[in-house]
Design a protein around this ligand. Sequence first.
Ligand SMILES: [Zn+2]
Length: 456
Amino acid sequence: MHHSFIARISAAAILLTSIALAQSIQLTVDLSDAPRNIFHSRVTIAAKPGPLTLVYPKWIPGNHRPSGPIANLAGLKITAGGQTIDWQRDPIDMYAFHLQVPAGAKELQVSFDTITSGESAGATGAAASTNVLDLNWNQVVLYPQGTNSDAVEFAASVHLPGGWKFGTALLIKTQSDEMVEFNSVSLTQLVDSPLIAGDHYRQIGLNQPGEFPVHVIDMVSESEAALAMTPQQTAAYHLLVAEAGALFGARHYTKYHFLYTLSDEVGHHGLEHHESSDNSVAERTLIDPELRLMEAGLLPHEFVHSWNGKYRRPAGLATPSYQEPMIGDLLWVYEGLTEYLGNLLTARSKLWTPDQYREALAETAAVLDHRAGRTWRTARRYRALGAVVAAAGAALAKLAPQSRLLPGRRAYLAGGRHSHPAADSWAEVSRRFLPLISWRPKRRSQGRSVHIRRCC
Ligand SMILES: [Zn+2]
């Protein structure tokens, strides 16, 4: 295992050297049709005459599987100097488009639409409604095949629906009315920096005056009433930031945005990133005590991932581009340890009472007593097959939206809350194992070269 790790690092270094010429791609995303669930992309790519293959991101970080929603891409048109260029989809790789750049052409204009009414970035529902949108950049880009995502720079801008406000970890270069231009970033950082927007928006700061790095919650929702976070909840999220600092002892990011969408019209999910997390829940989550309790662990979980999963990334998930398969055999660390530490922070930040935390631990233990899946595979093998299990879970959810209708089949797949088996293990071994992991940053990290030590 150690040899394959070294080989992977060497291969990555050679690849980086061979593509030292970073190229810059212009991307404009017109989101004015977001309420109809159509995002329009215009991409300008420098090119030279000859064959070229453009690819659409396939293996999506945080999903750990080939979930790039290729079926949602429509209306692809490619031109050079006003001349339309014919393209062919690869007969085997549905994410690749082949074309010939004509003589004399220096750049390509590529336009296409992304239909966002269906599965989007691992969520089960739409990415937008008449009041909110969630832009995951991997859904609106094409880039040349063979490009390392760290080595290509994107100058991205968006056109928002009239009057909407937005939140993202990207830095703003210019802004006028609904047009927003961001500072250029690598494709890695762009895909790592989603944007939410809505006509009902509220931002809450989570720092003491003069304290850095800055942490904020950006919220969008279907209604103004749904943004009514109480002072008690706000105090808990302040505490979450402070307790995470105490737990990890260092912060590797320059700012952190909790992106929080409250809507019954879009897909619900949590997706982790270095400097933000993309969280989407039911519209009344802040104002309904039961919903609030159910979702209390979501923001802490995704926040922990910034350290465990992003700053420290399993070797098999540290791929040079979104077309390379990810190896998920360390996901029991990535998800299980995050679930354990996320729940710990949920209690320490007072989003749960100590009793509620103990109840959650007891529930995990009780659920595992009925997980027949554990009799035929380990948590590690289960997570290594994350792609298969996610697909099976989605199929079962479609068959029975009330998942309790099929408890036996879910149990046999060890489905449901995928992180529970590993979280349970982490609760058992945390005191002995945690000292082996250093969370202290060695350098500013948006990169992929840091790894969780293999433990067993
Ligand atoms: Zn997670």
